[in-house]
Design a protein. Sequence first.
Length: 367
Amino acid sequence: MAVPRLSLPFKFIVPMPTKTAATEKSGKSTKSVKPAANGGPFTKDTYLRWFKEMMLMRRFEEKCGQLYTMQKFGGFCHLYIGQEAILAGMITAIRTSDRIITGYRDHCHPLVLGVPAKQVMAELYGKLTGTSKGKGGSMHYFAKDRNLFGGHGIVGGQIGLGAGIAFADKYRGEDHVTLCMMGDGAIRQGILHETFNMAMTWKLPVIFIIENNNYAMGTSVERTSNVHDLSTIGESYDMPGLGVNGMRCEDVHEAIAMTCAHVRSGKGPYLLDIKTYRYKGHSMSDPQKYRTKEEVEGYKKQDPIESVRDTILKNKWAKEADLEKIDAAVKKEVLEAVKFAEDSPMATAEELYNDVYFEKDYPFEKD
């Protein structure tokens, strides 16, 4: 059975392979979906929302980097700078009732879902006012009221959980889509193949999204896999796949809207390989010796914020001064979030015993 595959046009400034091992072996050519020109069906309000959402993500993460080096909070810290178009394009394509689950590069997911920045920052500080009462920290954001199911520090741990959430929705007959997000390194975990098989067999309402920034920590996709076109890795399960330009909000929105419709129709899962790039290291301790400064600067020329800014100005939907006001408001919001986090109380020792699952009179418990 032939697996339907599409690929949106995706041009990196830094040269990328024109052929993949998968296409050379199969002889398939990828079809192109022409992106809407000059904004296309997207309105002024959509572009302004994308700009504001991405500016909040960018400024929040920049501040996080500063605070981490000042030792304001500890643990690991993985910044999302450069990848903002994925979440901005996603949020305008899904329903508020849809579910999100992701890995540990997760500071921006609650932000784009509408969690106040002050609560997100307080969680980083380990404060009681944080989204998880300070118990999760950088890698474990949860927001039940926003259908955010984590933030998971175990590489690939969210993959099976995402399918489980989708199974629960299908079992209950509820019309929701789960977006299960992972990095290109996480797809090397064995749980991915078990989950893909189960999800396709039961036609679960889940979209598997690879936030492909080309590096699993410091190891490139080309060095970790014989298959470089990651949109094809579900083919042995007849899972359709799509390659997407993750530096453009427009392309991400169109891809997620299309795959949501596919999944809601009962046809089962879809795989999106969203190609993006992180400007910072894997974590704050990453010396980044595996890539050149020229490579990083090349990708910055495709910066999604600047792309959206240019479209807004070109269409005269706002003036540069208007965009500067948005940026100023975002910076103020981030500074207020920092103050809130620093002024918030630390949890007491008694808090360790709260929010812990247990069952009274458990029948199998022995003295």
